[in-house]
Design a protein around this ligand. Sequence first.
Ligand code: AHR
Length: 661
Amino acid sequence: MKNNIITKIIIGGLLFNGLYGFAQKTNLEVDVTKTITKIQPTMFGLFFEDINFAADGGLYAEMVKNRSFEFDKPLMGWEQPNTKRSSLNMQSGTAVPIKVSGNKTNTNFCRVLINDDKGYTIINEGFRGMGVKKDAKYNLSLKAANHDGAIKKIIIQFIDKDKKVIGETSIVPASNEWKYYTAQFTATQTEAKAKLKITFEGTGTIDLDMISLFPEDTWMNRKNGLRKDIVQLLYDMKPGFLRFPGGCIVEGRTLADRYQWKKSVGNVEDRRTMMNRWNVEFSNKQTPDYFQSFGLGFYEYFQLSEDIGASPLPILSCGMACQYNTGELAPVEELDPYIQDALDLIEFANGAETTAWGKLRTDMGHPKPFNLKFIGVGNEQWGPDYIERYKVFEKAIKAKYPNITIVSGSGPSPDGEHFDFAMQELKKLDAELIDEHYYKSPQWFRENAARYDKYDRKGPKIFAGEYAAQSPAADKSSNRNNWECAFSEAAFMTGLERNAEVVNLCSYAPLMAHEDAWQWTPDMIWFNNLEAFGSANYYVQKLFSLNKGTDLLSITKDGQPLTGQNSLYASAVKDVNSKEIIVKLVNTAATAQEVTVDLKGSKLLSKGSIITLTSPNLQDENTFASPKKISPTESEYNLKGEKAQLNLPAYSVIVLKIKMK
Ligand code: AHR
C-alpha cells in the first residue's frame, strides 16, 4: 500500500513535470556590484584550418581546381572530352622556362596540341562543381604562350550539368610569349555543379598556366578574394581572435610537409602547391583532389583577421611532425630555421616597412602593421620532446619580442597522461597561455562545466582552443551538429565564462566543411558551392561572442556556481559600453524550468530583452533545406523589481539582457 502511494506520487510528479514544467523554482543571485575580472576582448574567437575544403574549394573563392597543373597528377580536375582529335600533354620541370614570373615553384604548365579546327576542348570540374549564380559576373584570367600565333581564339564557357552553355566569353591570345589575359563574363543561370569549358579555335600548339576564375562579388570586393557569404558568417560573430592555419596542418605528416608560412606569401603564382595532409588522413574519407594552393596564405589570414576585427593568432611548427603520423623530430640543435620562421613572422606582421619582412607586407599592400600579439609554438604535440623544444622557442621569442604572448600546447586531449605531463611542465615554466583541446561526448561537456573552478588563478592562462561535442564519438563520420551537442557546449561555455580569470580565449573546431568534400565532422559552418549556413553550434558560439560583456559577475544558487544542479548552468557579465547586465542560462533538462534571477544591488531599467535558442529534440539540426531551424529569437523583457522571473524551455540556451541606469 505504502509502495503504491509512493509510486503514485512519483508518477504524478513526473506527469506534472512533463506537462507543466518543473514544480520547483531555482533562485539565482547575481552580484552586480562586484567585477570579478575583466573579460578579455579575445574571449570568444575562431579556429581556422584548411580541413574539409575550408580554404581551397571554400573560403578562398577560386573556382578552378588545379589551376596551375601542380597536383601530383598534373591533369587532375581537367577533362579532355575529345582527346581523340588531338592530344594534351604535360610538360613539367624547370627545363621549360616560365618567363612571366621566372620562378621555380610553379613548375608545370599545360601544353595543348591542336590538330584540327573542330573545337578542341578542355573542361575544369571545379571543386565538386562550380557554384554560379544567375546574372553574377565572373573574372577569368590565364597565362598563355601561343606558339606562332597558331590559336586564333579561346572560347570560355560555363556549362551546366546537361552541358548547356550558361555563360560565355573569349580571349584572343595575341602573344607567342607568356602573357596574362583576362576576361569577364556573366552566368545566365544559377547552377550548383557548373563546369568551365575551354575551346580552342585554330590548329597548333598553345601553352597555358594559372587558369583562374573568381566571382566578382567577393568579400570587400577584393579581386581574387574570399567567399563573401562565408566571411559574412564569421564577421557576424564579432570574433575576438582568428587562429590559423590549424590544427594538424601546422605539423605536417612529415616535417617536409609542415605548414611553412614563408611559402604562402608573395605572388600567388609563386606559392608552391602541395598536397593537403587531410587528403589521405582517413582511409574511409580519402580526398585525392585535396591540395593547398596557398592562394589563401598568411598575408590573407592576417588581412581576414583585420577585416573581421579579430586578433591574429598564428600557430607554427615547433620542429615536430604530427605524432599520430610519423612523429618526425627536428633535432634540438637544428631548430634554428624553425625559430627563425617564428621571429620573421613577427617581423612580417609587426615590423616597420624598412625591415625585410615588413617590406614584403608593405609590398603586398599593407604598410600598417597587423598588430600581432600572440604566436603559437606547435599544435597538439606531447611528451618531453615538446617541452624541450618549447623552451628553446620561448627563450628566442621572448629575447627579441618580450611583449608577444606565446601559446603552448597540452596535447590532443584535456586529460590523461600526456595532458597531465604537459600541464605540470608548462606550469613549472610559467607558460603564459596553454591550448587545451576537447573532442568529447555531449555528456562530458555537461559534466565539466566546473572544470576551471579550481584552476590556479595565478597559473598559466587557458586557451580553450579546440572543442566540439562528438555524437556519437570522436573520429566518427556519423557525428552530427545536433542540438544536444550544441546546448551541451553552451553549458560548458558558461563554465569557461565564469572562469574568465583563467580562460582567456575559446574556439569551436573545426570551423567549416564542404558538404561534398569533408573529412571531419562535426563542423561549425557547412557550405556547398552556392550556399553556407551556421549549425546550431554556430549560433551558440555567436550568442556567447556577441554577449561577452566587459566584466565578469558572479551568479550563484545558495552561494554556489550553477554547474548542472537541476540540469541548469549559468554565467553573468556586465557590459560597461552598452550599459547592460547579461545573464546566460542553459537548461539541459527535457522539461521547462522556472528560474528567478535576483539582480542584487543594481540600479536597472525595467526594459530589457531575452534571446532564446531552443529546439524540442536532441537530434534536431540545421540543414541546407532548413538553415535556421535552430537559431535565436529575441523579444522584449520587462523587469519588475530586482528579480527577473524566467521560464526556460526544455533544452534551451537563454540570454537575458537588462539595461543599467
Ligand atoms: O580540428 C581538427 C583536428 O583536431 C585538428 O587539426 C587537430 O588539432 C585536432 O586533433
